[in-house]
Design a protein around this ligand. Structure first.
Ligand SMILES: Nc1ncnc2c1ncn2[C@@H]1O[C@H](COP(=O)(O)OP(=O)(O)O)[C@@H](O)[C@H]1O
Ligand SMILES: [Mg+2]
Length: 228
């Protein structure tokens, strides 16, 4: 496709995804270079969430192949899946924080799962929460936070494991303009620090503010419109 192919961290080749008779993705071929900030756009139902879910093996492709950092997802051994997943930090529209855990515990969870030392975990969680301005709410439970605050915690959680790739699925879909801008600024920060960032959104306002590449899905098919 482009000269970027050789340093692509994600490569999708003729990917199809079917749910029964429904084709959610049709013949999607896409290279995502390392450290790109990419928007995946398209109307509701176009296939954005499906595309993201295929990357971290929440779903498997029906046809075609996906390579993530050189790993072929159709051939990956079962015991390598956690290793694959740790390459991703994921942010959802509805935050998906665990209601029975504090802010601190929510962010710590990914690091515990990755087997990090408790002393290191505490340090890392605090530094991530400081970054998103939530350090003083460390002991709070999600229900006592605003939507914008919950999403800041979710951002801290997504980035805590230094994942390399941040996936954000309609990350600002439930937020007001100001909270949305805050979240986008954090995504910019991670991008500047070297992460690959992929944002799925149908919100055109989000995309006006950057010079990032935008790819569009229409009824499961990719329409590339490389922006300057
Ligand atoms: N688990 C599923 N079972 C059946 N159909 C699904 C499933 N997930 C998504 N779809 C369908 O696939 C299409 C793409 O959905 P989705 O990827 O969620 O789109 P978007 O995120 O762009 O709104 C839609 O028609 C949706 O109804
Ligand atoms: Mg979606």
């Amino acid at each position: 496709m482009t000269e970027a192919s050789s340093d692509a961290i994600i490569r999708m080749f003729h990917v199809h995804k079917r749910y029964g008779a429904k084709s959610a993705l049709k013949d999607v071929t896409l290279d995502i270079p390392k450290n790109e900030f990419l928007f995946v756009t398209g109307r509701s139902g176009a296939g954005k969430t499906t595309l993201l879910r295929l990357l971290y093996l929440a779903e498997t492709t029906s046809e075609g192949q996906i390579l993530v950092d050189g790993m072929n997802l159709s051939r990956i051994a079962r015991d390598r899946v956690p290793y694959l997943r740790r390459k991703f930090g994921i942010i959802f529209q509805d935050y998906k924080l665990i209601a029975t855990k504090t802010v601190f515990e929510n962010v710590a969870l990914v690091l515990e799962a990755a087997g990090r030392k408790p002393s290191l975990i505490a340090k890392k969680v605090k530094s991530m929460l400081r970054l998103v301005g939530m350090e003083d709410r460390m002991d709070a439970y999600p229900r006592s936070l605003s939507g914008g605050e919950q999403q800041r915690v979710a951002v801290a959680r997504a980035a805590a494991g230094d994942p390399g790739i941040i996936l954000a699925d309609e990350p600002t879909g439930s937020l007001d303009e100001e909270a949305a801008a805050t979240i986008m600024n954090f995504l910019d920060t991670f991008h500047q620090r070297g992460s690959t960032v992929i944002v799925a959104t149908h919100d055109k306002n989000l995309m006006n503010r950057t010079h990032s590449r935008i790819v569009q899905l229409r009824d499961g098919r990719l329409w590339t419109s490389e922006s300057a």
